[in-house]
Design a protein. Sequence first.
Length: 255
Amino acid sequence: MNGKVIIVTGGSSGMGKYMAKRFVSDGANVVITGRRAEALEEAKREIAAPDGGKVLTIPMDVRNPEQVAHMVERTDAEFGRIDALINNAAGNFICPAEKLSINGWNSVINIVLNGTFYCSREVGNYWIQRGLKGNIINIVATYAWHAGAGVIHSASAKAGVLAMTRTLAVEWGKKYGFRVNAIAPGPIERTGGAERLWESEEAERMTLESVPLGRLGTPEEIAAVASFLLSDEAAYINGACITVDGGQWLNRRPF
């Protein structure tokens, strides 16, 4: 990881911040993106390590292809290279399908599905034009394949991202040697998802009961898996989706 340049979208909070922190401690230079400049600067202070890599903050919206292109240009101007992309930016909230507004649907689809494509396409073309090999990790969710009530927008978007992961793994793996994988976290503490989806002690209790290991995961555990997937030790892993949920999805209970 030493000296590599890694872009993390949605890097100002939650799993994105913890992944960035792990990468920096591993010696990588990290670009964190998000819509709020102040939040990014605060995250940068938390992520920075005396003996680690550099941290660059770039305010941008993954839903805007022009801003995504500018982000790639700035990263190249700062570091002269890009080694990996973590598509982590997301949006979610609980809502019955029949009550979900068109705006609510479009918002999540645009952030999760379209944003992942815009970033992957832009960074992918950066590598292709320079004859480089690249590495992409997409953050999905277990309900992308086993479903769950109240998250039709997010489940649909994440299922699309999982399909995108596998499609690009085949297409770009064969043509360019890129690796594209996914991580599907279960219930993870200290994340925005936990705060929004488990609004009561009862909801958290039911969640814990659904996890065979009997606890919430930690963002550091997600970061460890991401660090492994980006390492040379994972050089033959392509098109995989690594589930990190304590076995919860086997119970078919997403929350």
